[in-house]
Design a protein around this ligand. Structure first.
Ligand code: SF4
Length: 212
């Protein structure tokens, strides 16, 4: 089964209608998306969304976070994992945004990944959800599913990101993460995928397909 832009698009078109929820870190503004994505490392999105409003109520402007102490930030997010490290990262991030970017979130991958604690996945989420700029966010779900589908062979997220950007039409880049995060939690799960109820089982080379 050869993998082409049109075979990939065919699969995405079959999967997308089942997963219509918006991205969990799609909070509307680049700043909110950036901070929420940082908080979401090794933490369930629901937990992030619980603490996020309180954090921004206490520190509404990026300048407020830059001037806040790490313990004060940590207190607002203490119910999530790694909260002390995340508080440090948020303070450092806010300071750099104020000092180098006039308090605004930059709009390029190269600038975004210079920010402390920001990797390519977070930067891609900010570009797409925050600015509407197509970018390929490769997280653990995307990485696993595209390997099973035979779309990529890369050993790390950056290699896979490059492969996918060559293969997948640009108009899908931003959507791939949103669709596959939901598909990966529901059907193409870590460990054992649920191939028997997969809408693209006939198009997927993964073997052996799991049965009920
Ligand atoms: S057939 Fe199985 S491995 Fe392939 S995409 Fe569907 S659930 Fe994942």
């Amino acid at each position: 089964m050869s993998v082409t832009a049109s075979s990939v698009e065919n699969i995405l078109k079959k999967v997308r209608p089942r997963y219509t929820a918006k991205g969990m870190v799609d909070l509307g503004t680049p700043e909110d998306t950036l901070i929420a994505t940082l908080l979401s490392a090794r933490t369930r999105d629901e937990q992030v969304l619980k603490v996020y409003p309180g954090l921004r109520k206490q520190f509404p402007r990026i300048q407020d976070l830059a001037e806040a102490s790490v313990p004060d930030i940590a207190r607002c997010i203490s119910s999530i994992g790694l909260y002390r490290n995340k508080a440090k990262a948020i303070q450092a991030l806010a300071r750099m945004l104020v000092e180098e970017f006039d308090g605004r979130v930059p709009q390029t991958m190269d600038e975004l990944i210079r920010l402390p604690g920001v990797g390519r996945k977070t930067a891609s989420c900010v570009l797409w959800y925050g600015f509407g700029i197509p970018a390929m966010a490769v997280d653990t779900h995307v990485f696993r599913i595209v390997h099973r589908l035979g779309w990529a062979k890369g050993k790390n997220a950056e290699q896979v990101e490059q492969e996918l950007m060559k293969l997948i039409p640009r108009r899908w880049w931003g959507e791939v993460n949103r669709i596959f995060v939901q598909f990966g939690r529901d059907v193409c799960r870590p460990g054992k995928p649920q191939c028997w109820r997969c809408p693209v089982a006939a198009l997927c080379p993964f073997q052996p397909k799991t049965k009920v």
